[in-house]
Design a binder for this molecule. Structure first.
Ligand code: TMP
Length: 225
């Protein structure tokens, strides 16, 4: 699955993920980044987790709706990895093999932060499943949008009054959960500094997008002029 060769002699695409807690602005940043990459002549596939393929979107419905305590932490982790497996096989790998760049709203770091740290499942089960399900596939670059928990939840609350009110299962977890998951993202960034960059997500969407463009341009200067 993590074969680095690409089809028809085309260079394999790049895999960029956006991570962060509730209300960090990932979806907005995903759109702005994808638009900018297209201006640079890159073909971009925008996708998300949980979801990103028809089968994974069905699993998403089980994960983001209903009671906060609906699943135990391991069951929930297995569901996220089941969705991820389908997403990788059906959407991500084919796109990378075509030479497209994939910009994904959340990936495996969310499982470590939410289930591993937030639900206190720990690292080990997540790492084992990652090895089994993803083989060696990992993002080339992960941008972790960082915001104090209170600010993120307030942004998420405002957004929920409009379009996503039904998908609020994780937002209803208690404050300590959100603090643990923020700490988790900080640890992930510290553990893998080559891949993960913590981005201060306070400020306007455009100012955060500027910071992200600089990071992506630096990381991929071999392809982006
Ligand atoms: P979203 O709000 O970014 O669309 O993500 C849906 C929710 O799913 C969000 O609250 C975070 C949660 N989630 C996990 O708990 N573990 C995971 O592995 C992923 C991908 C998402």
């Amino acid at each position: 699955m993590s074969d680095t060769t690409a089809t028809a002699g085309k260079a394999r695409g790049r895999f960029i993920t956006l991570e962060g807690g509730e209300g960090a602005g990932k979806s907005t940043q995903q759109k702005l980044l994808a638009a900018w990459l297209r201006e640079q002549g890159v073909t971009v596939v925008e996708t998300r987790e949980p979801g990103g393929s028809p089968g994974a979107e069905q699993i998403r419905d089980l994960l983001v709706t209903g009671e906060a305590g609906r699943w135990d932490a391991l069951t929930e982790t297995l569901l996220h990895f089941a969705a991820r497996r389908d997403h990788v096989i059906k959407t991500i790998e084919p796109a990378l093999a075509r030479g497209n760049w994939v910009v994904c709203d959340r990936f495996v770091d969310s499982t470590l932060a939410y289930q591993g740290f937030g639900h206190e499942l720990g690292r080990e089960p997540v790492d084992k499943l990652r090895a089994l399900v993803l083989d060696r596939l990992m993002p080339d670059l992960t941008l972790i949008l960082d915001l104090p928990v209170a600010d993120g939840l307030e942004r998420a609350r405002q957004r929920a009054t409009s379009t996503t009110a039904a998908e609020d299962r994780y937002e209803t977890m208690d404050r300590a959960f959100h603090e643990r998951l923020r700490r988790g993202f900080h640890e992930i960034a510290a553990d893998e500094p080559q891949r993960c960059i913590l981005v201060d997500a306070a400020g306007t969407a455009e100012s955060v997008a500027d910071k992200i463009r600089v990071i992506v341009a630096e990381k991929h200067e071999d392809t982006l002029s």
